[in-house]
Design a protein around this ligand. Structure first.
Ligand SMILES: Nc1nc2c(ncn2[C@@H]2O[C@H](COP(=O)(O)OP(=O)(O)OP(=O)(O)O)[C@@H](O)[C@H]2O)c(=O)[nH]1
Ligand SMILES: [Mg+2]
Length: 363
């Protein structure tokens, strides 16, 4: 299945209801005066990050979200009812962009985070509001303000715990298939993987999410091959597993090529802990294996793990190493706050779930 990580959605908040023009009429009451009520506020459009969702697939089936309009005011000083809000429920890690696909509106990184994408229009004042000493019988009222409408983009950056990187044919998809129930396409030609795949790996009863992305080649940051556009998916992982195929002629060079592309991509991706593994070692004899291990160690500055997804050798060790980094990183962030505060373009502020429930009072 293709992993859906982007969706275009049209939203519209509700129009405000109009104020009413009305006068009190009763049999024995002369000059009853104006009693037209105010219109209700239109409903807002909110977005909220919730647990239990992994994709934006729901937005493929529903792309229009409209809040309802505020009701008109009525006589006897009756105000119109507020329009109902509508909330887009998205997975944690979703970013919302303007129609230009570049301007970030909000970045939902935590469960329960909410953001108001479009405010409902205010209701208009009824004629009772305009009563004053100099005009005791105003015969006008305000119309309600229109709601906002716009097209936005939802983009989900996978929040996998570990990300697989490497040249094409390094064995990334084979690794994912060996340690999880994911069934990515595997073949001995470059760029078998065209879209990121996710899987849940289990080690010693603990689980973590692993992301497999298309291979990187020299010049990926300039768009060569599939380019580096899927690196966003591993940007938020805790750790990278860098696979270098033992079938590569020069393993040191293979390692450095990918490392260079990661550096060119930026976004602090090279600050992440990296675990290096020489993969597909079943194809080598002991002599060559030793030589290639040494070569790779020299390039990356540490002893690489040696694994074969086919025979299973070294797999447990590498999974444990990944798990240890993830557990440690998760423990660290529970104490401190997330390193980066979400960038907000709007004057609106993020409200968390325990603030007032629908956020706004009528106006
Ligand atoms: N002998 C052996 N072959 C392997 C091993 N792992 C992967 N292969 C083979 O290497 C080839 C490439 O594997 P993939 O898992 O598709 O490689 P990839 O890194 O996902 O490649 P891209 O998706 O193109 O970037 C396939 O023919 C696999 O069968 C291994 O441990 N041992
Ligand atoms: Mg692959």
């Amino acid at each position: 299945m293709k992993f859906l990580d982007e969706a275009k959605v049209y939203i519209r908040s509700g129009d405000g209801g109009a104020g009413s023009v009305s006068f009190r009429r009763e049999k024995f009451i002369e000059f009853g005066g104006p009693d037209g009520g105010d219109g209700g506020r239109g409903g807002d459009v909110w977005v909220e990050a919730v647990n239990g969702l992994n994709t934006l697939i729901d937005f493929r089936y529903q792309q229009h979200f409209k809040a309802t309009i505020g009701m008109h005011g009525m006589g006897k000083n009756r105000a119109g009812a507020k329009g109902a809000d509508v909330t887009l429920k998205v997975p944690v890690g979703t970013q919302i962009f303007e129609e230009d696909e570049e301007t970030l509106i909000c970045d939902l990184t935590q469960e329960g985070q909410r953001f108001r994408l479009a405010a409902g229009g205010n209701g208009g004042f009824g004629n009772a509001y305009f009563k004053s000493s100099v005009n005791q019988a105003p015969d006008w009222a305000n119309p309600g303000l229109p709601g906002e409408e716009k097209t936005i983009w939802l983009r989900l950056k996978l929040i996998a715990d570990a990300g697989l990187v490497g040249l094409p044919n390094a064995g990334k998809s084979t690794f994912l298939a060996a340690v999880s129930r994911a069934r990515p396409k595997i073949a001995n030609y470059p760029f078998t993987t065209l879209h990121p795949n996710l899987g849940v790996a289990t080690i010693d009863g603990q689980e973590f999410i692993l992301a497999d992305i298309p291979g990187l080649i020299e010049g990926a940051h300039e768009g060569v091959g599939i380019g580096d556009r899927f690196l966003g998916h591993v940007e938020r992982t805790r750790v990278l597993l860098h696979l270098v195929s033992a079938q590569e002629e020069k393993v040191g060079k293979a390692y450095k090529t990918v490392k260079h592309e990661l550096e060119a991509y930026g976004n602090d991706i090279t600050d992440k802990p990296e675990i290096v593994a020489l993969s597909q070692i079943d194809v080598l004899d002991d002599e060559t294996l030793k030589k290639k291990t040494r070569e790779l160690a020299r390039a990356c500055g540490k002893t690489p793990f040696r694994i074969s997804a086919i025979t299973g050798s070294g797999m447990t060790e590498v999974l444990r190493a990944l798990r240890d980094v993830i557990v440690e990183a998760n423990a660290g962030t529970q104490e401190e706050k997330p390193a980066k505060a979400p960038k907000l373009r709007h004057r609106d502020m993020l409200v968390s779930d325990d603030d007032s429930d629908d956020g706004e009072q009528q106006g």
